[in-house]
Write a new protein. Structure first.
Length: 248
């Protein structure tokens, strides 16, 4: 399997891994990597970097939307192998260290096994190491005001609910919002297509996740790069409103 790399704007790429996405923001021969897929996606992460002409040692930082196993998978590998800083919201730092875990349990998934797509999704999760824990030894909290001094100049926006420290990244100059799991466009366990929240079992605090859609709606952009599903084009405020309507 090769990484499915889609260029969505100048220097911005959405990569479809195995049921989860990550984003590469390039600036010359350096890049910012936003999320890292499942542990079993490591070869796809490295392949996607090579596809856009970036060596792994040239990644300036890994930014994490949230510290679930399907987004944190290769973060510690990149940190320990190449010295890549792993940065995320201060509330998510202890989560990345695995001082606690705000992730759906296998038991909760099994209680929802009657739902369409859940059993095949769980089988895939097990194949790609989705229940393994790969804590980040030395995660770093980024400052929470203004653009980060990294390729792509992403602006962190705290959007709690899916996890306490979930963060989306706004690229106002490109009209892009990297939404992680705060706003997705599809998932194997959902019958819906287009902007939506993940099924409720995946959210740590559902009411806060719904409220965070209002924060996303304030971001100026027309390209949504979600943690799951295809790129969504159209006003981000309308995508957030549609997801809120569907969550009722």
């Amino acid at each position: 399997m090769r990484a499915d790399v889609r260029q969505v704007a100048d220097g911005a790429y959405l990569v479809h891994g195995s049921n989860t996405n990550w984003v590469i923001l390039t600036d010359g021969d350096t890049a910012t990597l936003v999320d890292t897929g499942y542990p079993g996606d490591r070869h796809l992460v490295l392949d996607s970097l090579a596809t856009v002409g970036i060596k792994p040692e040239a990644v300036a930082a890994v930014l994490i939307t949230h510290a679930h196993n399907d987004h944190l998978g290769s973060a510690e590998y990149l940190r320990s192998t190449y010295g890549t800083p792993v940065r995320l919201h201060e509330a998510e730092v202890p989560h990345a260290r695995r001082e606690f875990l705000q992730q759906v349990s296998v038991g909760a998934v099994l209680r929802n096994a009657w739902r369409p797509g859940v059993v095949p999704w769980l089988a895939h999760v097990l194949r790609v190491g989705g229940t393994q824990q790969h804590p980040v030894t030395a995660p770093e909290a980024f400052r929470t005001v203004g653009a980060l001094d990294l390729p792509g100049r992403p602006v962190p926006v705290h959007t709690p609910g899916h996890t306490d420290g979930h963060t989306v990244y706004h690229l106002p100059h490109l009209g892009i919002v990297i939404s992680g799991d705060a706003l997705v466009s599809g998932h194997r366990t959902s019958r819906l297509r287009g902007p939506q929240l993940l099924p409720v079992m995946f959210d740590h605090a559902r009411a806060r996740a719904v409220d965070s859609l209002e924060l996303i709606a304030r971001l100026d952009g027309d390209i949504l790069l979600p943690g799951h599903g295809p790129v969504h084009r159209g006003p981000v405020r309308e995508a957030a409103a549609q997801a809120r309507d569907r969550a009722r």
